[in-house]
Structure formats: C-alpha cells, structure tokens
Design a protein around this ligand. Structure first.
Ligand code: DGY
Length: 420
C-alpha cells in the first residue's frame, strides 16, 4: 500500500532529531538506542542515504575509548527517562548508559553497502567507520569472553534488547535487590503497566546497574563481578553475523583482523552446541549460577541469521521454527504461546516484534525462499493493518506498547521495498 509507505517514511522523519532518531516520539524512549538506530538507518537507506549514514555516525560518536558503543546515548539532557543520564553517570563526552546492545550495526552497514553497490573507492571513504566497528566487535571478544570460551556474555538483561524475556527469569531470581533502592519509573505512566516489565524486574535492573556503576563500568572487572552473566543464543548469533559481515567489509578496504577471523570459527563451533539437534532444543548458559536455561524464545532462531555453514543444523533449525509457530495467526510470538511463561501482552514475554521477524526473514531468504516469503508477507500485512506499534498480539494482532515506533516503520519499509 502506497499510503503505508508514505506513513512509514513520515514516522521516521517525525521521530528524527539532530542527526539521530528516537525509537518513538511518544516520550517513552527520549534518546538514541543502539540497535534501534541500526534498524532505523536501514529504513532510511530506502529513501535517504544521507540520513542513514548520519544515524550511524551519530551512534558511533558515542563510542567509548575502550571500544564499547553504549546501548543508549543521551544527546539531550532529558531527565524524563529512568535511569537517566545522571543515574548512569558514565562521565563520557557523550552521556550514555554503561552497557551495550546487540551489534547488528555491522550487518546493517554491509547490507546497505551491498544493496547500493558501492564501488570499492566509495567503501574506502567509510574506512574510519568500519575500523571503529572493528574496535567495537573486538571489545566483545576481549571483555565479554576474557577466558576465550568462544561465547560472548551479556551482563545485564537490557544488553540483549529483550529486557524482560522469560530467558532471564532464573538468573534474575537469584539477584538480591539492593537495600533502600531509590528510583522512579516513567515508562508505566506512558504505556499501560500491564504491557511493561514488573516492578520486581525494574528493582533488579536498577540493582545490577548500580553495581556496575560501583565498579566504574571497568570492562576488565565486570565480566567476573557482575551479578548477571549469561551466554545467550540470540545475542551470540547476532554477534557472529556482525563479525562475519565486518570481516567482509574489512576486505573491501584492504584490511583484515586475525582476531575476528579466529574468533568467528570458535564462536560458530560453540554456538552450534547450544542447539541440541536430537531434542531440537536451545540452551542458554547462566554462567553466574552455572546452570542451563531452556526457554522457547524466538530469539533462539536468530541462529538462522548467523549463516552457520552446516546444512544439517540449518535444516533442523527451520523444521523447529515451523513447529514453533504452527498454530499462530500472527507471526512470531516472542515466546512460544503454549509455554507456561508466555504472556500475550507483556513486552518481551509473548508479543510479536517486527525486528525479530526481519532478522529471521534475512536468515531464511537464501535457505527456504518460500517460508521467507510467507514471513515477509505476514509481517507486512500486520503492520499495514495495525500501524507502526512497538509490538503486537500474536492472537489478535492488537498493536501495543509505544505508537509511531521507528523500527517497525523502518523494517516495514525495508521488507516492502526489498527482497534482498
Ligand atoms: C526500556 O527502557 O524499556 C529499554 O528497553 C531499556 O533499554
């Protein structure tokens, strides 16, 4: 529908501030978010390449000296978000949070460059951008897998981007809430509380954050001391794909990274082991408590996006994904809907998310074209009917969370206007 394409572009433009874009203009997220921005940059690439690169450059402008690109950049000193820039208090030139998010930026950059068929000379103009992303990915290996196990850890549920997923219930249940915790939520005044994380979740989010802050966000200490340390299938899949895509971009600018090359091989080997082929089940690892986590989350299927070389694994992943959504009217619930922890309306505990559908579509388009096309069409239909919401019910398609949600608009545009 032409009018939906126009509306998607308008949504992005309305949410745009000075060279970056808010996830929504409804006050829920008044800053620049890491993975949101990458998806947004891809959306812009369908009608304004200049805005795409501005978005990416602004995101990278918040990179820390050690290489990390934070999960939130507070370009404007807005106190109407919890925890705000003062609560994080990172002391960097661009105010930010002290944790990161999935580094999908590298994959988005490659996709834009390939689609636009940039000649080598033009790619070389982006060398400094590419090298900064290299430093970011190397940061993960250095500080989030200091024992070189082959798997990257996240140290806060917010780092996954799927904040209150049941994936984190067990490790979170072990976290003792700080005494006399003081903070005031804003989110559940803007969006229905029944669609947002619970108070107990926030108590723990803030407890972990305060603890990281006490260690001055020193990356050398955090892996060993954080109250939360989990190896997540989805996160590692996005990391591996990002790292493979960055190696591709490095070659284009006549550079390489043995560090990334070597790690990618190990990472792929270890990632595959998190999927049990016989039982067709995924396992996350809670390193803090030395236990396995087994939750049917759509993010586990990000493994398809990682372009694992084994056909056997890919075939079984696809078979398992088809079972996962079998009875669903709207694709894909973030948690399998017959699971006891599934909640139809609560944020990452069940609703459909457009970025998950886009990631899986990308993973499938060369492996199972027919299935990929079903996902593309169903996602487009849902967004055209229910507009650019943050998430949707898998039962009724009801739009929930924030309105005018940037990545839903950006990825709708991308699915509608591209098949590559
Ligand atoms: C939020 O505020 O809910 C964000 O997801 C945290 O990154």
């Amino acid at each position: 529908m032409k009018s939906s394409i126009k509306a998607a572009k308008r949504t992005l433009i309305n949410n745009r501030r000075l060279n970056y874009t808010l996830p929504t203009n409804t006050k829920l997220y008044p800053a620049q978010w890491n993975w949101d921005s990458a998806f947004i940059a891809l959306g812009y690439s369908n009608f304004n390449l200049d805005y795409s690169f501005k978005e990416i450059e602004t995101l990278i402008s918040g990179q820390w000296d050690d290489g990390m690109i934070p999960h939130i950049l507070f370009h404007i000193k807005n106190l109407n978000y919890t925890p705000n820039y003062k609560a994080w208090n990172c002391g960097k030139k661009v105010s930010s949070s002290g944790i990161t998010q999935p580094p999908i930026l590298a994959s988005i950059l490659r996709l834009i460059i390939e689609r636009k068929k940039f000649p080598k000379k033009k790619i070389i103009e982006y060398s400094s951008l590419i090298l900064k992303i290299k430093k970011y990915l190397e940061w993960f290996i250095r500080y989030r897998d200091p024992k070189n196990t082959g798997l990257i850890s996240i140290l806060h549920p917010w780092e996954s981007g799927y904040d209150n997923s049941p994936l984190w219930d067990k490790p979170m249940s072990r976290i003792k809430i700080e005494n006399n915790l003081i903070y005031k939520r804003k989110d559940n005044k803007i969006v229905k509380a029944s669609q947002r994380p619970l108070k107990i979740d926030y108590d723990r989010y803030v407890t972990i954050k305060n603890d990281l802050k006490k260690m001055n966000y020193d990356p050398k200490k955090l892996y060993f001391k954080s109250k939360f340390n989990v190896v997540d299938v989805g996160f590692n899949s996005l990391f591996l794909k990002a790292s493979k895509d960055l190696v591709f971009l490095l070659e284009k600018i006549n550079k390489s990274s043995n560090f990334l090359n070597k790690y990618n091989l190990l990472n792929e080997q270890k990632l595959i082991k998190l999927f049990n082929l016989k039982k067709m089940k995924f396992y996350n690892k809670d390193l803090k408590n030395n236990t396995l986590i087994e939750i049917p989350s759509i993010t586990n299927f990000f493994m398809l996006f990682a372009d694992i070389k084994s056909d056997l694994v890919n075939r079984n992943l696809i078979k398992s994904l088809k079972k996962y959504y079998k009875k669903e009217k709207f694709l894909f619930p973030s948690i399998k809907s017959n699971h006891k922890l599934f909640e139809e309306k609560r944020y990452w505990r069940g609703p459909v998310w457009i970025n998950c559908n886009w990631i899986i579509y990308q993973g499938l388009k060369k492996k199972d074209k027919k299935f990929a096309e079903i996902i593309r069409k169903k996602t487009i239909n849902l967004v055209e009917k229910k507009k650019f919401r943050e998430y949707y019910s898998c039962k009724t398609g009801l739009g929930m969370g924030a309105k005018n949600f940037s990545w839903s608009a950006a990825l709708y545009l991308d699915l509608k206007l591209n098949r590559t």
